[in-house]
Design a protein around this ligand. Structure first.
Ligand code: PGA
Length: 264
């Protein structure tokens, strides 16, 4: 096995708890245990608890889509990272839908990243430029600012364990879903890793996992997974379709292992 790819399914605000349970069941039937692929499912907050009991931990890990940065207190309506520590392995932080629809700012995202790490949950930090920023030639600046703020105060060891998902806002299905060409994705992902190397050293930059996200489906996923330095994908819309998502996982297995024998 050459490397281990990460495939994350962001179910967004779809599926109630019983629908989520059914989807997990369908995925369990179709997805094998692959040493070459780590599969992470991110259902709604409501479904995390029941799915954490149902899930086969040899096959899947769970991720929260969001949480609040304080560990407890009078914050009506919020769920703390500290409450999720035994349920999830990862938390998606700074998704563009949260930045855009819920006004999450760079300092808020920084606080969430540190709360996540404090509670033993690995952040999947989402970064990416809007179409206007790209047209104005600001892509690198935007990525730089999003990353520098979010990682502020972390040690190189903590950064090495992180996941960063490059998700150009214009490629996300909900914001236009214009496909990014693999070479556009590669340029931005290389920039991310170069920035990490500059801030935390070469070893940290090699260890941190960098994913691609934005309208990835079973037909196009291999093109992104074959990008040198791409450690996996963050899948939104296609992740709630069990045919598509299980095909994405098989494609990742093929790319990662050169289609070795299946490992049951
Ligand atoms: P999409 O979403 O695959 O539907 O574009 C990506 C995401 O939620 O990160």
């Amino acid at each position: 096995m050459d490397k281990r790819l990460l495939v994350v399914g962001n179910w967004k605000m779809h599926l109630n708890a019983s629908q989520a349970s059914l989807l997990l069941h369908r995925l369990h039937e179709r997805i094998k245990i692959y040493r070459s692929v780590e599969v992470v499912l991110s259902p709604s907050m409501l479904a995390l608890q029941p799915l954490s009991i149902q899930i086969d931990r040899r096959k899947f890990r769970l991720a929260a889509q969001n949480a609040f940065h304080k560990d407890e207190g009078a914050y009506t309506g919020e769920v703390a990272f500290s409450m999720l520590r035994d349920l999830v392995h990862y938390a998606i932080i700074g998704h563009s839908e949260r930045r855009i629809h819920f006004g999450e700012t760079l300092p808020m995202i920084r606080d969430k990243v540190s709360a996540s790490i404090r509670n033993g949950i690995t952040p999947i930090l989402c970064v990416g430029e809007t179409i206007t920023e790209r047209r104005q030639g600001e892509t690198n600046q935007v990525l730089h600012d999003q990353i520098a703020t979010a990682l502020h105060g972390l040690t190189a060891k903590e950064v090495a364990n992180l996941v960063i998902a490059y998700e150009p806002v214009w490629a996300i299905s909900t914001f236009g879903g214009q496909l990014a060409k693999p070479d556009q994705a590669q340029t931005a992902m290389d920039f991310v890793r170069k920035q990490i190397a500059g801030l935390y050293g070469k070893k940290t930059a090699e260890e941190i996992r960098v994913l691609y996200g934005g309208s990835v489906d079973d037909n196009i996923v291999s093109g992104y997974l074959q990008i040198p330095g791409c450690d996996g994908v963050l899948v939104g819309g296609a992740s709630i379709n069990y045919h598509k998502f299980s095909s994405i996982v098989s494609a990742a297995h093929k790319v990662a292992s050169g289609a070795e024998e299946d490992e049951d």
